[in-house]
Ligand binder design. Structure first.
Ligand code: 3UK
Length: 526
């Protein structure tokens, strides 16, 4: 096979997409479009201003790669990206990959202490950030014991990556790579410990784009994708960047906060054909529609992931808009959706059936498949699984077994082959599609001088979606009042990423504990 090419042969095993021996994934995702005559086509439109064509994209990817190399980064070095959804994100991400540097997009909603952890844990040589996040990133750089040698703002005044790109060469030879070489990382949250770097290979974005983007939801070059989930999430990275780039379509990027009014404005302005949301947002959109119905007629495809889509929400959405939402489950480790509903095969409340190229298995505690209908641990096999967790061989060994990945989710399968989510095997909560660790929220609450003990569990809101609820024992029970509840909420919002605050606070006399004093969170769940 010619260098940097892919062979997809639907006639052979669906699990096998073939890659040329030399394979840098930036070539088929970026450069291929010039060879296919797509240079003048718009690849990305940014809501609020800005766009880039495929020709500008290819040139700026080369300039970004050259600028990162000239600044002192070398192939295999990591570069952290704390960058808003924008063309700069795409240039930096692909420029790094084409140059052989490993980009690590980080959640832009995090706090200085979180970034300090990422900087130290990754030992990244580079960090690129949008000026909007300076207030959390700059203190993190001061705190962290490890100092990246190249630190650049993405754009704006001064010596930014954008400024360096203007003087960098517009041509770049792709760094030699193999399909299973390390390509990029995404951090995945841990229930009690710190986030873990999930290392993905060059092949993985091809696999998810082809298997889910093309073969499951039928994206083509005529599609315009819009994702409420940002590019730094595995979900958003696929929805708004790799899928449209794979099919030669386009995407709308929205750097702002995804509330219903903003989402509806973006849809009405840019008329996307495919919309990717999360259940909490679909619920909020339905409430906003009661006041003002937006024009959503451009959208032929609505997708939901991040947490299970409650059947009632799906029903209300169909009643309101006349279109279904396709729920599918994905993970950061598997990079995108591997079980999905489709237009032709949809069951409310189910996560659907395996995406082509993936196999699913539900096993008991001994790793043996359970009887159909019984609940067990969901395991997945496919070509886009992470290679390993960075510097975490124990977690890698516990999660990956002979090519199968433990998702940490409890599932059962019905007689028609549909998979249903029945909870997690740990205490982690999905809040608005984003991981929240109850332990992290509890630790923040206990830092407050009036709090003696805290336990955080998930509770269903009015849309049947999980949100954090805190049960708190005060040092002095007579301090319990609504003002203190408010104070504790502010304490959490100021110290944690904002989406992690408890939506309900209950003052209690004591917490249920085991004989050894461990809090029994399950006894606090409804
Ligand atoms: C849960 C779901 C029920 C489940 C994601 C790429 O969410 C994504 O990745 P994360 O690593 O979280 C993974 C975990 O989230 N989950 C996700 N989707 C569903 N549970 N129904 C669903 N539809 O616990 C899983 O283990 O943040 C990554 C692409 C899509 C994604 N949703």
């Amino acid at each position: 096979m010619t260098d940097h090419t892919v062979r997809i042969d639907a006639q052979t095993s669906p699990a096998d997409i073939q890659f040329s021996a030399n394979f840098n994934v930036a070539v088929p995702f970026i450069d291929r479009h010039l060879a296919e005559g797509r240079g003048a086509k718009v690849a990305f439109t940014v809501h609020g201003g800005g766009a880039c064509t495929y020709a500008q994209l290819a040139e700026n990817v080369n300039r970004a790669g050259n600028a990162l190399l000239a600044a002192g980064l070398k192939p295999q070095d990591r570069v952290l990206l704390v960058v808003k959804d924008s063309c700069e994100f795409v240039y930096a991400f692909w420029g790094a990959i084409k140059a052989g540097i490993v980009p690590v997009p980080l959640n832009t909603l995090l706090r200085a202490k979180d970034y300090a952890f990422n900087i130290e844990n990754s030992e990244a040589s580079g960090l690129v950030y949008s000026a909007e996040f300076a207030a959390e990133v700059e203190p993190a750089l001061k705190q962290a014991a490890h100092k990246p040698k190249v630190v650049l703002k993405a754009a704006g005044d001064g010596d930014t990556l954008a400024a360096k790109m203007t003087t960098a060469s517009a041509t770049l030879t792709p760094a030699p790579a193999k399909a299973d070489d390390d390509c990029f990382w995404l951090y995945s949250s841990g229930s009690t410990g710190n986030p873990k770097g999930a290392v993905h290979a060059h092949r993985d974005m091809v696999v998810t784009s082809q298997r889910y983007g093309v073969e499951t939801i039928g994206l083509t070059e005529n599609d315009i994708c819009f994702s409420a989930a940002k590019l730094f999430f595995a979900y958003g990275l696929g929805n708004a960047m790799t899928f449209p780039l794979w099919v030669g379509g386009s995407a709308v990027l929205f750097p702002g906060a995804p509330n219903p009014a903003a989402i509806h404005e973006v849809i009405e302005t840019h008329k996307p054909t495919a919309y990717f949301g999360v259940p909490t947002l679909y619920g909020a959109q339905l409430r906003a529609m009661a006041d003002k119905m937006p024009d959503l007629t451009s959208v032929r495809l609505c997708v939901s992931a991040g947490e299970a889509l409650p059947p009632e929400l799906l029903k209300r959405w169909i009643e309101r808009t006349g279109r279904p939402i396709l729920d599918g489950i994905g993970t950061t480790e598997i990079l995108h959706i591997f079980l999905s509903n489709t237009d032709a095969a949809l069951k409310p409340g189910a996560s659907g059936r395996p995406v082509p190229g993936y196999e699913a298995r539900i096993v008991d505690e001994n790793g043996k498949p359970v009887k159909q209908g019984d609940s067990g641990s969901l395991m997945i096999k496919g070509q886009s699984l992470l290679k390993y967790y960075w510097r975490n061989p124990e977690k890698t060994a516990a999660s990956l077994k002979e090519g199968w990945m433990y998702t940490g989710d409890t599932y059962y399968q019905d007689a028609d082959g549909y998979y249903f989510c029945a909870g997690r095997s740990d205490d982690m909560l999905k809040v608005g599609g984003i991981w929240c660790s109850p332990v992290e929220i509890e630790q923040k609450l206990i830092e407050h001088p009036k709090v003696l003990e805290a336990a955080v569990v998930g509770r269903k809101d009015e849309d049947a979606l999980i949100k954090p609820e805190a049960h708190i024992v005060l040092g002095d029970a007579s301090h319990a009042c609504d003002d203190l509840k408010q104070e504790l909420l502010e304490h959490c919002k100021n110290g944690l990423a904002r989406y992690k605050y408890p939506r309900w606070v209950n003052f209690v006399a004591e917490l249920p504990k085991t004989a050894t004093g461990k809090i029994q969170r399950f006894r606090l769940r409804e």
